[in-house]
Design a protein around this ligand. Structure first.
Ligand SMILES: C[S@@+](CC[C@H](N)C(=O)[O-])C[C@H]1O[C@@H](n2cnc3c(N)ncnc32)[C@H](O)[C@@H]1O
Length: 278
């Protein structure tokens, strides 16, 4: 399965991180700048009319994942992190600056991993403990998760895996065997955690039709199957428990508005962050 048609979306998110002071200004790309400008009118209309927009939920998910990672590092200073589908995410550089012992592996499709290593080198952040690896989330060979875990992680230390902005490009059924394998791999460590964003679209959401149209549009431009995985929050934990995760917590941005000074939206936030443990 070739999923490289999704990679261009990392330029938009990368631009959002840069515009909000989360990333190095040197990581802005022409595609990122262009798409940021092109989408600005739609983002403006979304904020005014729907009460939230893409930039709102991107920042909500990114900052909540940061917060949960800080908490995990407080519990386990020896934690190793694997950020899958890292794109132009600046999280690794920010966390490695703050935690001098942290081992932070980024991973993405080969072309994006190569680009990321160049960017890390450009800002002097590339090191033995922080670099990007080529990975295809759906492969079972030397480019797959199992090989990455076997070759690059210390099985005596806890590990935390992040996927941000990846899973909703695929159907639940496509992801199920990959998550099952991830849960099995995490069980080989003293503690194993998984953080991801997700977009439950509740049946009574007043913007349901609009969201479905927008996701169809994103699916069309990224040549993927963008979709909403759950139509109720109660369905989330049992799904992942069945795949091998023992504890599943669903984090709603509303609960963090005050604590993390997140951008707020009117009504139910579209994004939620899932925190799982094996
Ligand atoms: C929306 S971007 C998110 C980037 C980054 N996580 C962020 O939030 O800024 C999606 C990322 O998924 C990566 N990707 C697509 N297919 C992948 C796969 N099969 N395995 C790993 N990464 C993949 C793309 O290259 C791209 O960097």
């Amino acid at each position: 399965m070739d999923t490289s048609s999704i990679s261009f979306t990392a330029h938009y998110t990368g631009q959002v991180w840069a515009k909000n002071g989360l990333s190095n200004p040197q990581w802005q790309t022409p595609t990122g700048r262009l798409s940021y400008h092109a989408l600005s009118p739609f983002e403006w209309v979304g904020k005014r009319i729907v009460g939230g927009n893409i930039r709102t939920f991107l920042l909500q998910r990114h900052l909540i994942i940061d917060h949960l990672l800080h908490q995990a590092l407080e519990r386990h200073p020896e934690l190793q992190v694997v950020e899958i589908a890292c794109g132009l995410s600046p999280r690794g550089t920010r966390f490695c600056q703050q935690y001098p012992q942290l081992r932070y592996l980024e991973a993405d499709l080969p072309a994006m991993a190569k680009r990321k290593n160049k960017l890390l080198k450009k800002v002097g952040a590339y090191s033995q403990r922080h670099f990007a690896l080529p990975l295809d989330f759906f492969r079972q060979d030397e480019l797959g998760l199992r090989a990455l875990f076997a070759q690059h992680l210390d099985h005596e230390a806890p590990v935390l895996v992040i996927t941000e902005g990846l899973i909703n490009y695929f159907e639940l059924a496509t992801l199920a065997p990959i998550w099952q394998e991830l849960a099995q791999l995490l069980q080989q460590f003293p503690q194993g955690y998984y953080l991801t964003d997700n977009y439950p679209l509740l049946d009574n959401d007043p913007n349901k039709a609009l969201m479905e149209t927008l996701s169809g549009l994103l699916g069309w431009v990224s040549r993927s199957n963008v979709n909403f995985h759950f139509n109720s929050l109660d369905a989330i934990a049992p799904h992942y428990q069945e795949l091998g995760f023992s504890q599943v917590r669903v984090h709603n941005p509303e609960d963090y508005y005050a604590r993390l000074s997140l951008p707020e939206n009117r009504g139910n936030p579209l994004v939620h962050v899932l925190e799982m443990q094996v």
